[in-house]
Design a protein around this ligand. Structure first.
Ligand code: DXP
Ligand SMILES: NCC(=O)COP(=O)(O)O
Length: 237
């Protein structure tokens, strides 16, 4: 049964719509813990469209479960991570103009940049995951770089249905076998919802799912703690 990582970025998206101080993602993190979250995930984007440096600093002091920071390989954010020391980082690709993360890292083309970032983060004693598409060559490269874990990008699975979605699930399952076979931890996330999460949670050896947008959306109507509890129940049946 996987752990639940709750991504609180989009609480900060609402706050940044007015550039004020509410709603506070720090409150959301506390309520997520009360609702059963095993990990709090936040993404410090280069353009600071949602999470701000202050959010990371305060959460480092207040979050009692695992703190997972998503970041690109840019030196500026890598240096922040090395200073603040979250328990875990997940290196992700970033395009300034994208609405949301559109795919996994391309390790084959960006090996040097990823290796540079990993070296600094390792020196700071932080566990490192890479956010990848379910692609054999990418996973092989991640093993070569000695990543601690791989978070599989489930965005394509989430965007499809029927046979196409089944095919994506098979790709993710095969990638999961490769990841575990190489001794890395298996995680997954992006676009997961209350209706599509269960087949992903049942992939053998799935250690953790990171889920944000769908939980924040439901929380608007039922409250954050209940929205998290409901997701936790779904992935642990
Ligand atoms: C890498 C990833 O999947 C997350 O960062 C998540 O999607 C929330 O952040 P964005 O919506 O800004 O991509
Ligand atoms: N890495 C995926 C994540 O943290 C949450 O993605 P989403 O559920 O907001 O699409």
């Amino acid at each position: 049964m996987p752990n639940l990582g709750v991504n609180i970025d989009h609480i900060a998206t609402i706050r940044q719509a007015r550039k004020t101080n509410e709603p506070d993602p720090v409150w959301a993190a506390a309520l997520a813990e009360l609702g059963g979250a095993d990990c709090i995930t936040l993404h410090l984007r280069e353009d600071r469209r949602h999470i701000q440096d202050r959010d990371l600093e305060v959460m480092r002091q207040t979050v009692k479960v695992k703190l997972n920071l998503e970041l690109a390989t840019e030196a500026e954010v890598v240096d922040i991570a090395c200073r603040v020391k979250p328990d875990q980082v997940t290196l992700v690709p970033e395009k300034r103009e994208e609405v949301t993360t559109e795919g996994g890292l391309d390790l084959v083309s960006h090996e040097a940049a990823v290796a540079r970032a990993m070296e600094k983060l390792k020196e700071a004693g932080i566990s490192i995951n890479l956010f990848l598409d379910p692609d054999e060559a990418q996973i092989e490269m991640a093993a070569k770089l000695k990543a601690d874990g791989i978070e599989l990008h489930t965005g394509q699975y989430a965007l499809t249905s029927g046979k196409a979605q089944q095919k994506e699930l098979t790709r993710l399952t095969i990638a999961g076998e490769q990841i575990c076979g190489a001794g890395m931890e298996l995680l997954a996330g992006h676009g997961l919802t209350y209706t599509n999460v269960q087949p992903i949670a049942q992939i053998p050896e799935m250690a953790e799912l990171n889920i944000g947008h769908s939980i924040v959306s439901r929380a608007v109507f039922v409250g954050f703690r209940d929205a998290v509890s409901e997701m936790k129940r779904l992935i642990t049946v």
